[in-house]
Design a protein around this ligand. Sequence first.
Ligand SMILES: Cc1cc2nc3c(=O)[nH]c(=O)nc-3n(C[C@H](O)[C@H](O)[C@H](O)COP(=O)(O)OP(=O)(O)OC[C@H]3O[C@@H](n4cnc5c(N)ncnc54)[C@H](O)[C@@H]3O)c2cc1C
Length: 365
Amino acid sequence: MGGGDAGDATSKTRVVVVGGGVAGAILARSMQFLADVVLIDPKEYFEIPWAELRSMVEPAFSDRSLVKHTDYLTNARVITSSAVNITENQVLTADGNSVSFDYLVIATGHAYSTPTSKQERLEQFQQDNQKIKSSQSVLIVGGGPSGVELAGEIAVDYPDKKVTIVHKGSRVLEFIGHKASKKTLDWLISKKVEVLLEQSVDLDSISEGDGVYTTSTGQKISADCHFVCVGKPLGSSWLQDSALRDCLNENRRLMVDEYLRVKGRSNIFAIGDITDIPEIKQGFLAERHATVVIKNLKLLMKGTKENKLAKYKAASPMAIVSLGRKEGVAQLPFATIIGCLPGLIKSKDLFVGKTRKTLGLVSST
Ligand SMILES: Cc1cc2nc3c(=O)[nH]c(=O)nc-3n(C[C@H](O)[C@H](O)[C@H](O)COP(=O)(O)OP(=O)(O)OC[C@H]3O[C@@H](n4cnc5c(N)ncnc54)[C@H](O)[C@@H]3O)c2cc1C
């Protein structure tokens, strides 16, 4: 283990971070000069997830929101592969690496099917943009944050295009309150977006073939193209047959204690969306988890006793969903606001400058 004094022993402590999303990237960056850090991620880059929808209508936006891991990890090792299993003290990767750890931090929030190279991801945004530009009508499957933000981007940038959202739930944005859903629905309707609730489109047979899509209730929708925005699967399938299988709850999230250690483990932490912390899953909270674990790793490396570790307290529900370039809807602890005020906070830059600054990138603009 990495106990002992903070001199040479500390610099040799091996910290392995699995998952280079919001939580893992921030943690790996902060620890890289204090320990031997290895980051394992299937993509060679960190992607700011909430900038994706803007990049589809404005591909030039994506260059700042995709950051190669090696640009902010100048003193860490990056393995571009997926973790596939874990033993008591090693992580095994798909490309055949066995990586030993003193401390492990699991931050595999969601599994992405996006390209592994930044260049290919940039090209994907160009293709998505061409698809939108060359279509008169667009079908969006899914009315969660991705579907709503994409509809907002298209409706504001291309007001003449017909946008339809098909959502299987009874309201859009079910992850936040009813008031926010209703205000968002009204906003979408005011922008001439058609919203079909409690209907779905069969994703196994979906194709852009004849431009007609049939929903689960038999309704026909004409659209020149479609985008599937149904949310990404949790990144915990690799743990299901691992030494941590009993630490997954019924929703396949990792159970953590108040210090954000995986239940029953003294040297394995979990942060971000993968955890079972009873709070809304948001990047700014993933960042807070990372901050607590950075503190705890530093304390543990100095030999601090367990009861002196930093604790994490679940946060109140708070989220902002952008609605095009200037507006947004915000769920705050005591109020729900829609319009330019939440838009001012999020929608122009989508926190890209702030996130780049957190990663220590010299040019945050
Ligand atoms: C449309 C939309 C808008 C949002 N807007 C906001 C917002 O404005 N503010 C906000 O705070 N939050 C927002 N969120 C939520 C935010 O994106 C998530 O809470 C955040 O990304 C969680 O971070 P994470 O690091 O836990 O997981 P992720 O960001 O999902 O990262 C997980 C990482 O783990 C990697 N991974 C997965 N499986 C493996 C494996 N087996 N081996 C190795 N690596 C693996 C993935 O490649 C990825 O890099 C938004 C989400 C969406 C969808």
